[in-house]
Structure formats: structure tokens, C-alpha cells
Design a protein. Structure first.
Length: 286
């Protein structure tokens, strides 16, 4: 009787241990991939597929068992040499990378397929159970280059257009300012603009011109005084130059900026004198 009880207890214990092992084991499944199945425009450089699973991978036993569980082929069935890496920081991740140490010819705008064997095994010996595939398509490089070039042409064309328009506006402003600057004084137009009489406008203009003339005269006087002091007679009858003289002092006919201003001012005064004479003549006729 005692012997029968011991046998029953051992049998129950074996059943419990077996059940715990059976229920504790979890079948191996793929939870995610990158690129995803059917994804387009994947990179050509360093082409790889990352796989995430629900169980841990990468111990010595599982690495050896999974050596031939991954294969990448192109749309014509040609194999691409690969290398498999396990992530020590994330034991549930595997990366299948195209082997750049071999002679690779990854083509753009081409469909590739990663085939994962059903024999894929995790660290506990669980297998995937059935073959799975991840299909992806590489980037259309020529189309992307064309789009990029088109964008560059549009960008540079826009920059050229706006720059040209801005320069044109700047030239127009400068031309307008030059025109306003060079336009002769019109007493009738100024009288119409200010609402004053022609006589008042002419008087104000003559007063302003007189101020300018006096200013230029003072400047010319200072210049002449400086030129007179440029030479200093020494005891031996020679002259010593105190400072550089203008080129006109040597007999050159080159017109300096001051001389050009003085000549322009003189011409303007003569023109105003002729206009005043003409206006006075018209008043006498009236």
C-alpha cells in the first residue's frame, strides 16, 4: 500500500513538472520588420532588414542553428550575399545585412525578398515553424535625381528672377533720383506745387543759390589761401614746398571736382539770369 502511494506521488510530480514546462514554452513569432513587407523606396547603400521576434535570440546554440535561415534574392532569383548580426542590447532583434565585403550590385527600383526559414530557432529551442518572407523595393535613384535637379532649376530660376527684378527696381530708383537731381529749376512748376507766386519762388531760389555761391566762395578762398601758403621762401632764395600741390598747379588741364562744381554753378547762374531777363521782358509786354 505504501509502495503504491509513493508511485502515485511520483507520477503526479512528473505530470506537474511536464505541464509547467509545456505551458512555459512559447512558440517563436516575428513581431515586426524594417523595412515592412511591401515597402518601397528603401535605401541602396547598406541594404539590410531588421527583424524583431517575441523570444530572445543569439546564444551560441541558436546562432549556429540559424546560420542558413536567411536568404535575400532579387526579382530574378539571384542571391545577395548576406551577414547576420544579433543585437546584444536587444536580444529579440536580428539584422540581416547585405555583405559589402563581397562583389555587390544592388540595383535601384528593384524588388528584393528576404526569406526566413521555418527552422529559425530561439535560445530555448523554439522554432518559427513555417517559412516567412519580407519583400521590399529599392529607391528609384534616377527619378529622385531628376526631381532633385528640377527643384534646383526652379530654385535657382526663382533666385535669378527675384534678383533681376530687385536690381531693375534699384536701377529705376537711381535713374529717377538722378533725373530729379539733374532737372533744372522750373519756377512755374515750383509755384504750382507750393501755391506761391512766381516772384516769391524766384526770390527764394535766388536766395538759396546765393547761399550756395557764398559757401563755394568761402571754400574757394580757403583753398586759395592754402595754396598761397604752400610755398615758403628760404634765405638762399629757394622755395620749399610745404605740402603736395594740385595737378592743376603744374599746368594740367584736368578738371578737378571743385572746378567742375564751380563751372556748373556758373552755368546755372547764367541760365537763371537769362530766364529772369526773359521773364522781365514778358512782363513789360503785358
Amino acid at each position: 500500500m505504501k509502495r503504491t502511494g509513493v508511485i502515485l506521488c511520483l507520477a503526479a510530480l512528473i505530470v506537474m513538472i511536464t505541464a509547467s514546462v509545456c505551458f512555459g514554452a512559447q512558440s517563436l513569432e516575428i513581431t515586426d520588420t524594417y523595412p515592412a513587407d511591401g515597402q518601397d523606396n528603401t535605401t541602396i547603400e547598406n541594404m539590410c532588414v531588421k527583424i524583431w521576434l517575441n523570444n530572445e535570440m543569439g546564444n551560441e546554440k541558436s546562432e549556429k542553428a540559424n546560420e542558413d535561415c536567411f536568404e535575400i534574392t532579387d526579382n530574378k532569383g539571384k542571391k545577395v550575399p548576406t551577414r547576420v548580426f544579433y543585437n546584444p542590447e536587444d536580444p529579440k532583434q536580428i539584422m540581416v545585412l547585405a555583405d559589402t565585403t563581397k562583389n555587390l550590385n544592388i540595383k535601384d527600383n528593384t524588388e528584393y525578398t528576404l526569406t526566413i526559414s521555418g527552422d529559425l530557432t530561439d535560445n530555448d529551442g523554439n522554432t518559427l515553424g513555417h517559412e516567412q518572407t519580407v519583400t521590399f523595393k529599392t529607391l528609384n535613384q534616377s527619378q529622385s535625381t531628376q526631381i532633385y535637379m528640377l527643384m534646383m532649376v526652379v530654385m535657382f530660376g526663382g533666385m535669378f528672377f527675384f534678383t533681376s527684378r530687385q536690381m531693375k527696381k534699384q536701377r529705376e530708383k537711381e535713374a529717377e533720383g538722378q533725373k530729379v537731381k539733374e532737372e533744372p529749376f522750373n519756377p512755374y512748376k515750383e509755384a504750382k506745387r507750393t501755391g506761391k507766386s512766381v516772384e516769391e519762388v524766384m526770390a527764394a531760389h535766388e536766395k538759396e543759390e546765393a547761399k550756395k555761391a557764398a559757401k563755394e566762395a568761402r571754400k574757394a578762398a580757403r583753398h586759395n589761401a592754402e595754396e598761397e601758403e604752400e610755398y615758403e621762401e628760404e634765405d638762399n632764395g629757394n622755395f620749399k614746398v610745404k605740402r603736395p600741390r594740385p595737378i592743376s598747379a603744374g599746368g594740367s588741364s584736368y578738371i578737378t571736382g571743385r572746378k567742375a562744381i564751380a563751372e556748373a554753378k556758373k552755368a546755372e547762374e547764367e541760365r537763371l539770369a537769362r530766364r529772369r531777363a526773359a521773364n522781365a521782358k514778358k512782363k513789360k509786354k503785358k
